[in-house]
Structures are given as C-alpha cells and as structure tokens.
Design a protein around this ligand. Structure first.
Ligand code: CA
Length: 389
C-alpha cells in the first residue's frame, strides 16, 4: 500500500507499507531502481501521491511489481540494495496521502438506504423511486478530509428543538459511516463520459473512509438540497492506499440488479469485491460488513458520475456511501445500529451508546478477500471524538 510519511528530519516522501515497516521510495528511487521504467525519482520526494498516480496505471503497476521484487524473500532484496530504506512504521508520522480535488459521496449501500427509508418514511417503499436506476450521490467537501488518527471535533449547528424551533447547540447525534473511498488516478476529459467498461482504469486505489455525520444537524438542513453542515465538518481516510489491482482476486458478482439499469450503467462481468469490513467503537466490535453488499459497483458509480460530461481529476475521492449488510450485526452506522437512538448498544465495558460520546474512538478495518496469508489487509482508519470546546 502506498502512503505519505515523514520521520525525524526526513520526508515527507512516498512510502510503501511492508508489514511493520515502510519502504522509503524517496530513497529507493535515488538508487536508480525505477530508472528503466522511466520514472523520475522526484515523484517520490513529494508530500502527496498525486504526481505518482498521474504517471498512469501501467507505470504505477510496473512500479508496484518492482517494489515487490525488491521486497521478495523477506527483506533481503531491499537489504542488499540499501539498509536505510526500510523505516519502522512506529517511527513514522503518516500524512494525508492525496491532495484531494473533489470529493463525491455516493449512496450505493442498498441496505443502508432501505434502513434509512424505513426509519424516516415508514409508509411505502423504503427506497426512493430512483434508487435502483442510478447510483445517487452528492458533492461533498474535500477540505475537511483528514488522515486516520486526526481527532474529530464535535460540530455545533442548528438542530430542531423539542418545540420544533431551531436551536444552536453541539450535535447530540454524532455518528460514523462505514465506507470505502476510491482514489482517482486518471483525469477524464470535460464533456466526455467515461464508459462503464473503462471506468476501473480511472481508479488508482482504495481506502477505508469514515464519513462522520451529525444526524440532528443533517435532519433539519437537508431538504431540498441535501447534506451540508451535518457532513462537511470532517471525514477520515486511511493513511495507506491499496492499489486497485490488489482487489482483483476478490472480484465477485454483485447482487441482482432489477430492473436492469439503463445501457450506460450495464457492466459486463462482475464488478463487486469481497472486502470484509468491521467497525470498532473503542474496544468493541459493533459491526461486521462486506463491500459486496453495495448495490452499485465502483465502475457504475464512475460511469454515472461522468455521463453528463462531468470530468474526474487525479486526486478526486469518490466514497461509496455507508456499507451496511443485511443483518443487524452488519450495519454501517449508529443511526442504524441504534435504530435512530431507540435501541442502545452495550459496549464491552458495560456502557451504552446510541450516538457517539466525547472521547469515543471509532476504527474501521478492512481486508480484501479471505486469504490466510495476511495479504490484502486494508489497514484501518481511526478517529477520536473531542468536545466542541
Ligand atoms: Ca456518507
């Protein structure tokens, strides 16, 4: 996995996570190991992955293969090259790996959408009429996306008081959302849609993504234009980006899509991925889900996003939306786990939660496929809630 790190007086550099170590690509590249690939060492002496990603998928793939050659046979491959290029992870400071241009948040988790519909529109179909026809989304805020480990300050805002009048207060319904983020590694051309069959070529890699949400602020503000201050106070992403190719062994068929989507959304072959996900609230595992529960595939999200000519840029992040599974122990938000506060959870220390308290830490973890050798670990994204003061 690729990320940005610094330590003591060195960096920030591009690094490649290898177990408990980071391969310092800023140093390794100076040894000329990527020279025959036409990659200038300067792309690794950067504070973001953007320049590296912009080299294109074929070059990034070749670099990854070269790195894995170097790391083969334990660490000997690297040690024979240089003994100062593997940095202990514990010594490193990790940075937000991407200069994020635009952030779009989809709503592709059908179980989440159904649960929210059941809660707030108990009469009739829990899904809105458009849901099975398009991957719906809104444009989020890139400026407040932070790297794993960054504290999240409880937001204040307008909420509807008991007498149905707005009051200004700290959110009392602070929540997390279990999502994946797609990091875009290729720009598209304004005015030209990305075809669904080519859409995956635009994905550099995948991160774990917590789209923190203030439900009480969201509920009062969201109509008619959608989420705003209930969402844009912070989102957390993991420090390490898993290359998209690493998902390939876990490719699976998604659930049936009926009615059939319009032609531009019809994807040939399986487009979903078996990525197991879990949520910890402090020390308690409160949910276990899987990315295969998404209704819309990554490629369908990109095809829909660009079908009107909207262009993607290197460094954009597209989040999937909350990935809930079909069972009560696989729900991807406290809104669902506590059923809007009516069903408190009991944590391992005996305390109860409906929504997040100050001091709570939420950690999302992920693993690609079911390989026993530990490969495909997506790592984690973690954040602790601090008070508004
Ligand atoms: Ca979200």
């Amino acid at each position: 996995m690729y990320g940005i790190f610094s330590y003591s007086i060195a960096g920030p550099h591009v690094g490649f996570k290898h177990g408990d170590h980071i391969l310092d690509l800023g140093q390794v590249a100076l040894l000329g190991v990527f020279k025959d690939l036409g990659v200038h060492p300067a792309v690794f002496a950067q504070a973001t992955l953007n320049d590296f990603m912009a080299l294109g998928r074929d070059t990034c793939r070749a670099v990854t293969a070269r790195i894995r050659e170097l790391l083969a046979d334990g660490e000997r491959g690297v040690e024979t090259v240089h003994d100062q290029v593997l940095i202990e992870l514990s010594r490193a400071k990790l940075h937000l790996p991407i200069q994020i241009g635009d952030y779009t948040d989809f709503y592709a988790g059908i179980h989440h959408a159904e649960n929210v519909g059941r809660m707030f529109r108990p009469d009739g179909d829990p899904l809105l009429p458009n849901y099975r026809h398009m991957p719906v989304a809104y444009h989020g805020r890139a400026s407040s996306i932070v790297v794993s480990g960054t504290p999240i300050r409880r937001p204040s805002g307008q909420v509807l008081g008991p007498d149905k009048q707005p009051v200004f207060q700290a959110s009392e319904s602070l929540d997390f959302e279990l999502e994946l983020g797609l990091v875009i590694g290729r720009s598209s051309v304004l005015g030209e849609p990305v075809l669904v069959g080519e859409a995956e070529d635009y994905i550099f890699g995948v991160v774990l993504f917590n789209d923190w949400s203030a439900r009480d602020i969201q509920r009062w503000e969201y109509q008619p234009l959608g989420p705003f201050l209930g969402k844009n106070f912070g989102s957390s992403m993991s420090a390490w980006v898993l290359p998209f190719d690493d998902l390939e062994p876990a490719r699976v068929q998604g659930s049936d899509q009926t009615p059939a989507p319009l032609d531009y959304l019809q994807q040939a072959g399986p487009g979903h991925f078996d990525i197991s996900l879990e949520v910890l609230l402090n020390d308690t595992v409160i949910s276990q889900s899987n990315a295969r529960h998404l209704y819309w595939s990554f490629a369908q999200m990109i095809a829909h996003h660009t079908v009107n000519g909207c262009n993607l840029n290197v460094g954009d992040v597209l989040a999937t939306g909350t990935i809930s599974g079909p069972s009560l122990d696989s729900l991807g938000s406290l809104l669902e786990l506590s059923w809007n506060g009516s069903r408190p959870l009991t944590l391992s220390d005996g305390s109860q939660r409906t929504f997040l308290r100050d001091g709570d830490r939420v950690t999302l973890r992920g693993r690609v496929g079911r390989r026993a050798d530990g490969s495909g670990d997506l790592g984690e994204v973690s954040g602790r809630v601090t008070s508004t003061k």
